[in-house]
Design a protein around this ligand. Structure first.
Ligand SMILES: [Zn+2]
Length: 402
């Protein structure tokens, strides 16, 4: 049997007063997810193991059944893989933001969401001036870039810049966690200060300031890691060939290390205006030549971060009518049956506008297999499903078992 996971990022939520005490998933009109819950089996999955923060990289790795305590290396290495940089042993990668500093204060973590084109020029410039055998900058998307240090020691205490807007940057610079990492910390802090010198008068920034925009006048490296010790899904679960579809570089990077082919789809944005139909078609196409597809849709998470309940309901309804429906209606007529699993990676409750670690509701539909008694897909109804709360790789094992 082939299988597809349709993952609505951050889709789970909590009861919302303006929805009559229902969650967005309960309130939204989702006939197809409900139908698959009725035909399939349901439960909850603990996607954030104890001791880990509820980040999308943690939760998506857990959905795929990885043991976080063994494979977690931060987001830098995963984003690196998605832009084609696979780390070699002995190399350390870090997420490298281009941030905006005003005086000594971190004004924002994104340089006012600088364009990829402008950022690309700045990162190249930094690489020409600060790059060496040991230090390499790679351009990513908008303010999100990559720094690779040969021989770097990852035992560092770093601050994610989005957590510290309007704070003075100097006390937040990188600290070694062990004496052996002192040299790496010193190198990185030196790079931060030198980048500020180099960037302040760069023509790209002069133009941005003249246009009333935030200059990208400092790098901010964080989330250090080595090459993750990830086996592929083929090795772990016996899938023969798999593919991943996502607008998010982090998820595509997980796919690379998981042994999945990264499928590009035009017009995908990570927002509610994403090309849902294009993703559904690409997934169907991928299912013809693969036996496993991971289809990740970011939109509901963004709505949660914006605290926009109505938008979140809409993104869930779009997922149902423009993806789940197409996948189910098309594959049900195929000769080779296709199992469909649906779940979020973590909740992103609109009320708190950030992720939580609560277990997430899932459904697994396998054509012709016995259903449980749950007939609706949402956070509460699946509590009476077949599985209770699954841990570790139990969910993907269940999906992969014939
Ligand atoms: Zn997420």
């Amino acid at each position: 049997m082939k299988s597809i996971i349709i993952l609505g990022d951050g889709m789970a939520d909590e009861p919302v007063e303006s929805l009559g005490g229902k969650t967005p998933l309960q309130f939204a009109h989702t006939p197809y997810m409900d139908k698959l819950a009725e035909l399939g089996v349901t439960g909850r999955l603990q996607t954030v193991p104890e001791g880990f923060h509820p980040g999308s990289e943690v939760a998506n790795l857990a959905v795929l059944g990885y043991d976080l305590s063994k494979v977690y290396e931060g987001r830098g290495v995963l984003e690196a893989a998605s832009i084609g940089v696979t780390l070699q042993p002995g190399e350390m990668a870090m997420r490298c933001n281009l941030i905006c500093i005003e005086g000594d204060i971190i004004k924002n973590h994104s340089s006012g969401h600088i364009s990829t084109e402008e950022a690309d020029e700045l990162i190249r410039f930094l690489n020409e001036n600060l790059g060496s055998e040991k230090v390499k900058f790679y351009a990513g998307v908008s303010y999100r870039h990559l720094l690779v240090i040969k021989g770097g020691d990852k035992r560092l205490s770093c601050t994610p810049p989005h957590d510290v807007p309007l704070k003075p940057f100097r006390p937040l610079m990188i600290q070694p966690e062990v004496p052996e990492a002192a040299e790496t910390a010193a190198l990185l802090n030196d790079l931060i200060l030198k980048s500020q010198d180099l960037l302040k008068d760069h023509p790209v920034n002069r133009k941005r300031i003249a246009a009333g925009k935030d200059p990208a006048n400092s790098i901010w490296p964080w989330s250090p890691g080595y090459r993750p010790a990830m086996q592929t899904l083929q090795q772990m679960y016996g899938f023969k060939k798999g593919a991943v579809i996502s607008a998010v570089d982090l998820i595509r990077g997980i796919g690379v290390y998981a042994g999945l082919e990264v499928i590009q789809v035009e017009g995908i944005t990570g927002l509610y205006d994403t090309n849902y139909e294009g993703k559904a078609q690409a997934a169907l196409e991928a299912l013809k030549t693969n036996d496993f597809v991971y289809l990740h849709v970011e939109a509901s998470d963004e709505a949660g971060h914006e605290g926009d309940v109505q938008l979140k309901v809409k993104t869930i309804e779009y997922l149902d009518s423009r993806i789940v429906r197409t996948i189910y209606e098309t594959t049900k007529n195929w000769d080779e049956p296709v199992a469909i699993a649906i779940l979020p990676d973590h909740p992103t409750p609109c009320s708190i506008r950030t992720h939580t670690s609560d277990p997430v509701p899932f459904l697994i539909y396998k054509p012709k297999e016995k259903a449980d008694f749950v007939t609706i897909y949402d956070e509460f109804s699946v509590k009476s499903g077949k599985f209770g709360i699954l841990q570790n790789n139990e969910f993907i094992q269940e999906l992969a078992s014939v």
